[in-house]
Design a protein around this ligand. Structure first.
Ligand SMILES: [Zn+2]
Ligand SMILES: [Zn+2]
Length: 272
C-alpha cells in the first residue's frame, strides 16, 4: 500500500474485558506502524444479559468516548487520524434497543458482526462441544440466515469477520452452499453499500486463515463489494498485524484499493 495510506479499522480497548494494553500503547503502535487511520471499534455494550463477559458495561460507555477523545488529542500532529467506531452485534429481538443506543452517536463508521449463533459464542473454545453437538452445517446455515437478517435490517458500514464460524476449523460440508449463501449476502452488501473487511485475526487463530477466505473475497469482488482492513487487535502489538499479507490477498482477489470512513463517508486508499 502507498505509504501513509494504511487504515486499521477494527481494534479493541481494555474495556471489553478480553484485551490488554493501555490506550496510549495501542495508539503508539498505530503510529509506529505508519498508519494514516486508526479506528477504535470496541464491542458495543448490549441489552442486559447478552454476552456480558465480552464487552464493556453500559455505564462504562462514557469512559470509552473519553478514551477515543483522548487518543484523538494525543495523535494530533503525528500524521495519524483516530476514528470513532464500534463493533455492533446482531442480537435478534433486541435490535430496537441497540439502534436507540447507536443512532445518536457520531460514529465515523460501524462494524456489524455476529459472534453468537443459537445462543452461544461461536468463536469461544468453551462452546466448541455445543457447536459440534448442534451440527456444523446446522450452525453455519443458522449463521447465514442471521447474516441475511442483519445485513437487510440494520444500518452499518462494514461486515466484520464474514466467515467467523470457521475459527476452529469447522467448515460447512458443502462449498457450493457456502458460495451460494455468501454470494447472496454479498449482493445485499453491495446494494446497501456495506463493505467487507479483511480481518487478519484469523491468522492468529486455529483456522490459520484470514476472514473471509480468498474464495469468498473473490465472490465479494464479483458482486462489487468494497473492502476495508482490520487487525481485530486486542493487544497493541496486534495493530495492523499481517496487513502486507492482507493486501497481497486483496490484490489476488482483484482489488486495487481499500477504504476508510470518516463521518460515515468512504475514502479510497489505493494499494499502489
Ligand atoms: Zn468480532
Ligand atoms: Zn472485534
Amino acid at each position: 500500500m502507498i505509504p501513509g495510506q494504511l487504515a486499521d479499522l477494527h481494534t479493541h480497548t481494555i474495556l471489553c474485558g478480553h484485551a490488554s494494553g493501555q490506550p496510549e500503547e495501542f495508539l503508539d503502535a498505530a503510529i509506529a506502524k505508519g498508519l494514516k487511520y486508526y479506528g477504535i471499534s470496541d464491542h458495543l455494550p448490549s441489552p442486559d444479559g447478552f454476552d456480558q463477559e465480552s464487552r464493556m458495561m453500559m455505564l462504562q460507555y462514557p469512559e470509552y468516548r473519553q478514551i477515543v477523545q483522548n487518543m484523538k488529542k494525543r495523535a494530533e500532529g503525528s500524521g495519524l487520524e483516530v476514528l470513532y467506531s464500534c463493533e455492533m452485534d446482531y442480537v435478534p429481538g433486541r435490535m430496537r434497543e441497540v439502534a436507540d443506543f447507536v443512532l445518536p452517536e457520531q460514529y465515523d463508521y460501524i462494524i456489524g458482526s455476529i459472534h453468537t449463533v443459537n445462543g452461544f459464542l461461536v468463536d469461544h473454545p468453551d462452546y466448541t462441544p455445543r457447536f459440534l453437538e448442534c451440527g456444523v452445517d446446522f450452525m453455519w446455515n443458522m449463521y447465514f440466515d442471521m447474516l441475511c437478517e442483519f445485513v437487510t435490517g440494520f444500518p452499518f458500514h462494514i461486515l466484520g469477520h464474514a466467515d467467523l464460524p470457521k475459527v476452529f476449523g469447522y467448515r460447512h460440508s458443502d462449498p457450493a452452499t457456502v458460495a451460494h449463501r455468501m454470494g447472496s449476502i454479498f449482493e445485499l452488501c453491495a446494494e446497501k453499500n456495506i463493505m467487507v473487511e479483511i480481518n487478519t485475526a484469523g491468522w492468529r487463530k486455529p483456522v490459520g486463515e484470514q476472514y473471509p477466505s480468498l474464495e469468498l473475497l473473490k465472490l465479494a469482488r464479483e458482486r462489487g463489494v468494497c473492502i476495508t482492513l482490520g487487525s481485530d487487535a486486542h493487544k497493541p502489538e496486534q495493530i495492523a498485524a499481517d496487513f502486507d499479507k492482507a493486501i497481497a490477498l486483496a490484490e489476488a482477489a482483484g482489488y486495487s484499493c481499500a477504504y476508510t470512513f470518516k463521518n460515515g463517508n468512504p475514502i479510497e486508499l489505493p494499494f499502489r
